[in-house]
Design a protein. Sequence first.
Length: 276
Amino acid sequence: MKSPRRILPKPQFKLQNIFQRLLKEPILYTEFLELLTQATDSLYETPELEFELLLSNGLPLEFDGDFVYLKTTKTPIEEQTFCIVDIETNGGSAKKGYQIIELGAVKYKNGKILDKFESLVYAKEIPTYVQEVTKINLKMLEDAPRLEKVLKEFKVFLEDDVFVAHDIKFDYTFVSDSFEKFHLGKLLNRKICSIDLAKRTIESEKYGLSFLKEVLNIEVDNHHRAYFDALTTAIVFEKSLLNVDGSKIKTVEDLISFSKSDNVINNHKKEDNKNV
């Protein structure tokens, strides 16, 4: 007797499927709206409202006639504004009740720092080990603005710039989860991990921020304070860009893809050693 044939559930169509297609090609706006109605994780029944939500959450969409495209697929690296971010927190996850206690960021474009964002954040608790590492104590936070206010201001500052951080998974996720907690949407900005990019452009035994500061002779004080770490990251990011092959890596999406590629410097060195 034959066993009954197993029927696999049809994969759900989600917003991420639309984003992946945008990486390959522009989409006719009318089709784009139709795709939004099909996405199971859309928040609004009206696709026009969903489109506006994507924009407000930092997805860099642009029109070219009747088509919608990702700006980062066409924007040259030197014309892109990168928002380089660092946060200090009192714990490991916003979803577990921890929060940002300091947020710092700088806007970088083509070798220049354009603007900065810096704020302590009021909090009721800071574990002793965090105070020891950051030198931030509760007394310093007594008159600091509340987290919701800081996040609202940072969201305006960030716009749809490319989000860069040293360990992007932590900073990006923590900020996005914090946005959601206060009903401020979530992050959909394109992102780059400066650690990943450095591993493909800078020779170093380690890629922690403090180690790279020494290797690259970066003279920025106050390690483990958000603004100064963001500034240090910006310098690391700039030095990485200087080592990128501009004849092959031209657009922002080229850079993002390269930062995730197999072209890790230490891997090449291992291969060279094998061949000696």
